[in-house]
Design a protein around this ligand. Structure first.
Ligand code: SF4
Length: 622
């Protein structure tokens, strides 16, 4: 089948057994890959109401059709599971080499259930599967485990997706770290791996993916130079040099980034503190090489060397999101500190956004007297105290003292201690990323009601809408159709394997041409819309089958300006998140009160018979 390796592995760690199945061609056509194909398999393999850490719980690694096709910026894969935070569906994607290498090994996807008695890792090796002993890797950091695996296999070229101690401790903040520097971080899928005693997935092989039109892909790649020198010159130039850090300062000045746990304003930081965390200032101090993902001519990452009195570490340059989480959110303008926090997350396998958000929550609690210094193990966690920030990050990573309850992330920690609920800044328990809903009001709907809450990389009115004039972006009439239309591009990226930045780093329109050359897709625009809606719906259906309804999805009042800020560029702004939700569900033709999809909608989209069967048994809504 053009565009696919054609095989899926289903692995049971309890019995150390596996099956290699043909990829379901019908599902590949209907759900394409990544998050949607992963959701379809999960829907099938995992019974409703399965506890997240039960043996029947499934974690999947799913490539996209662009992986290993030489398509530029087409190297992303997705991890899917139930989320230990939201209790619903989770998908988180990452670049690096893993998706393409999974296909080199001969597989489009791997789904893992069961619980191993002892730690293991899975090796996909040129069409074969091995479940290998990982006892010597348990407790190791990601780079230590990566090095030991490469030594054991005598192969430094394999691609790895590993958990660190965070996943082993079942932290709600545990992510999956790819090739030591790219993270499928959000929603706690690393904890699901940890619960299975699964240290990681390792891939290698020499297989190829058949394409409909190899020459077509090569021809589109050739056109890229024109785009990079022409219309795309500014973003390509920025991403090639300072990557996502280019916009850190402008986002802080706009208060788009979180400042002081989303309660602050740019004037809470000095100009120097803000500049310190930009790539332009950090690169000359730390950069010693480039980093990036498979088949990407941009290579937007960088290798950093941080050396001071206490640390001498080689790591990757933090992304914008991580800089916000360990910078402006904590009123920290010290670049060594922000970089070391980022390094801890990569090594111990944590989501930078959730860890930074949890620290910000605790800082605000402490500053307001909700915790004593003794309760924080002697750490004086005041705003901007860099030593205290690093000490607390270490406590969490070492799973020690106050760090143990903090491994649950901010909402679970508030529940554990019975305090600090008023300072939470989450969507259904997921810490909000560094593009806020008060600046980008459309994100209020996405954060609250996407099937995977709290993500800026999911569809809707999105980040660009935030740059509209206030009279446009804060007008809540008639947003539904535009919000619904905005799902398309994001769902497309998340199922095809394209990097999200390809929206501006590739020329407009080439994505669909690539897909045509890869798999012979000859869809009209409305067919892509259908695919996107089906992708959204199958992810959402997992939640609805769990019994989750609209009322179960929340966003912290502060993040939608309730009450509004009193200073800064967003002073006085309140976002009507529920109206945005009403408009969205109305445009979808779904029930506004419950968020349930109508039977007519499901039938019109097609390919969702399993959902109709579960939500409309005997023709009537559950
Ligand atoms: S632009 Fe950056 S994140 Fe995207 S594929 Fe290239 S290297 Fe990876």
């Amino acid at each position: 089948m053009d565009g696919y390796a054609g095989k899926v592995a289903i692995i049971d760690l309890t019995n150390k057994a596996y099956e290699i199945k043909d990829l379901n061609p019908q599902w590949a056509k209907l759900f394409v890959g990544g998050a949607a194909l992963g959701a379809r398999y999960l829907y099938d393999l995992m019974p409703a109401h399965t506890p997240v850490f039960a043996p029947e719980s499934v974690v999947g690694f799913v490539s996209g059709p662009t992986n290993l096709t030489k398509t530029f910026l087409g190297g992303r894969y997705t991890v899917v599971s139930k989320s230990p935070v939201t209790g619903g569906f989770n998908d988180a994607s990452a670049g690096g080499n893993l998706g393409p290498f999974m296909r080199k090994a001969g597989f489009d996807a791997v789904f893992v259930k069961g619980i191993s008695e002892k730690p293991v890792y899975i090796l996909l090796d040129d069409g074969k599967i091995e479940i290998r002993d990982a006892q010597a890797l348990w407790g190791k950091t990601v780079s230590e485990a990566d090095a030991l695996i490469k030594e054991e296999l005598g192969d430094s070229k394999v691609s790895t997706a590993l958990i660190g101690p965070g996943g082993e401790h079942l932290s709600n903040m545990a992510g999956v770290i790819t090739d030591c520097h790219r993270a499928a971080a959000r929603g706690g899928s690393g904890a699901v791996m940890g619960s299975k005693k699964l240290k990681g997935l390792v891939c290698r092989g020499n297989q190829i993916v058949p394409l409909k039109d190899d020459a077509g892909v090569a021809a589109i790649n050739k056109e890229w130079n024109d785009h990079a020198k022409g219309r795309g010159a500014v973003p390509v130039g920025k991403f090639k040099t300072t990557g996502t850090t280019s916009d850190y300062d402008s986002s802080v000045y706009l208060a788009d980034a979180g400042i002081k746990n989303w309660a602050g304003a740019p004037e809470d930081l000095t100009e120097e503190q803000i500049k310190n965390l930009t790539g332009a200032v950090m690169d000359p101090k730390y950069k010693y090489g480039k980093l990036g993902c498979h088949a990407c001519p941009v290579q937007c990452g960088a290798k950093y060397h941080i050396k001071n009195d206490k640390y001498d570490i080689k790591t990757s340059r933090p992304e914008y999101e991580s800089l916000g989480a360990f910078g402006s959110m904590l009123l920290n303008g010290d670049s060594d500190c922000a970089n070391i926090c980022n390094w801890y997350c990569n090594e111990y396998g944590y989501d930078t956004l959730s860890l930074g958000g949890t620290l910000a929550w605790l800082m605000e609690c402490y500053e307001n007297g909700l915790f004593t210094i003794e309760e924080l193990d002697g750490i004086d966690l005041k705003w901007g105290n860099t030593e205290a920030i690093l000490a607390m990050v270490k406590k969490i990573c070492d799973y020690e003292g106050i760090g143990i309850p903090l491994n649950g992330a901010s909402r679970a920690a508030a529940q554990h201690f019975g305090r600090g609920f008023e300072y939470l800044t989450t969507a259904s328990g997921i810490e909000i990323p560094m593009h806020g809903a008060r600046y980008n009001p459309g994100l209020a709907r996405t954060f609250q009601y996407d099937p995977t809450p709290g993500r800026h990389v999911k569809g809707g009115l999105g980040v660009p809408y935030g740059h509209q004039p206030p009279e446009v972006k804060y007008n809540y009439e008639d947003t539904g159709e535009r919000d619904k239309a905005g799902i398309e591009s994001w769902e497309f990226f998340n199922i095809s394997g394209f990097c999200n930045f390809s929206g501006f780093l590739l020329a407009p329109g080439v994505h669909y041409r690539y897909m045509e050359a890869i798999g012979g897709y000859s869809f009209k625009p409305e067919d892509w819309t259908n695919l996107a809606l089906r992708s959204f719906t199958i992810r959402d259906a997992f939640n609805k089958r769990e019994g989750l309804r609209r009322k179960d999805f929340d966003i912290s009042p502060r993040n939608v300006g309730k009450p509004p800020l009193e200073k800064g560029p967003l002073a006085g702004i309140t976002v009507d998140n529920e109206k945005l939700g009403d408009n969205f569900y109305a445009a979808m033709g779904w029930d506004i009160e419950t968020g349930m999809p109508s039977k007519e909608f499901l039938e019109n989209i097609g390919g969702l018979e399993c959902v109709i069967e579960d939500l409309y048994p005997e023709g009537k809504l559950l």
